[in-house]
Design a protein around this ligand. Sequence first.
Ligand SMILES: [Zn+2]
Ligand SMILES: [Zn+2]
Ligand SMILES: [Zn+2]
Length: 480
Amino acid sequence: MNPHFNNERRHPGDIPARVYARLDSVEQIEEQYLVIGIDTVSADSADRFMDRALSADWSLGDLIARQRPDGVGEPPRPDWLGMYHDLALGQLEILLTREEAFFAFGPDVFSTQSSDWLEIELGPGLVGAREGLFYPTLFAEALSTPVGRISAAQPSLAASLQQAFSMKSWPRHSPDQLGPYLQATQAEIWAVYDIGQGSANGLLAEGGPVTLMHDIGCGVYRNAKTRPTGLVLCHSGPAPIILSHWDTDHWAGARAFAPPGDREVFLQRTWIAPYDLTIGPRHIAFAASILEAGGTLVILEPGAWKSNPIVLSDGRSLTLIQGSGHDRNGRGIALEVTDRSPHHRWLMTGDVDYEYLAPHLASNYVGVAVPHHGARPMGAKPPRPSVPYARLAYSFGPDNSFAHPRAESLAAHAAQGWDLGAWATAHDVANVAGGEVLATACHAPSSTHLRAAVIGWQWPPVPKPLPPCGATCSAALHQS
Ligand SMILES: [Zn+2]
Ligand SMILES: [Zn+2]
Ligand SMILES: [Zn+2]
């Protein structure tokens, strides 16, 4: 396991002088300001890694190609994947005006489409430096550092980095090949977990364990403080995990919320994830840790698509929809679950705006996870609530740095007939909404976690103060 993914704090002397990097996230926080998140690896550790990778006669793509749907495959030799532990990974965050961001990263910065490899100098004494925040691990506090010149990597270096840290050679699957992986899934109830600023959803069998996850994220980096303490997600069955997209707040809960005695239990699962050539070294190293733990990676083909319905053992069905957007969020994989009565549906969006799912969506849903933690919506209108029972899930962390959920998201859903309860008039997320809203948190002054919520098909399921699987986890269901 790479130390970047561990909870332990590393020594605070750990800021490398030179990093290779890729743009990871761009969040507009006020009209003029952007928080730019950059996925970094120290130049020294990446150079050593690339030397070793050149002489190796295997690649991650080879290891993935050897996996079989029944999970029986040659386990990778442990020493092979050890080289991913030695990468000095980090997250660099800088606050820029739109103008500064344009000059530093080019016009693609506004859509996070940039896939350029960058070289950045960090540390004291750099000419024209600005202050940035460097996170040595997912959950450590930031270290402040001067950030020097940000330049595009030389073409030959960029090509080597792309060779070493990309999914380019990884085998891809059609979404219509997923049946064997999802056979044991049941969808009696939908649990929306309170994991702070991020997303994690579970599909549960009746009175039983989680049988499928859509994302298993949590608050990280500047939002690390939003994650709840002491949560252990349900791990009693071998539920596969559909990763909507390669953003850290959608996968980091696999480490954070594993039981203390079995930290790799979620990594050992089957992970169904999108193909994405823009991800940086952190996500590739995380994928390597899944393989190292004995997990399976099923990478889906790129493009905007909708799978055929996959019939589950309880007679319900799942449809995967890959968004038609142009960035990592907008190309994510949403999940539609259909009840035995075909007019009843749930929609889990990940961070995909309705705009990029629109041609495939039904007019109304019993349950909807609001896209992107309630970020400002794009053009398309949200679907309407089913009657007489419907629930709208907002997954965000208390007082998160992005001010999710936004008033515009609340207004767009209210305009489509969703009952926002106490949020309806003042759009005040300091209150518990009630109505048809299930939110994971309240903002200041109470700044509280509201804990996991549960959605049914015909009426609100009875909340369960103890975990429905029989108490080997702490994933109780508190609100409905
Ligand atoms: Zn997200
Ligand atoms: Zn459990
Ligand atoms: Zn995202």
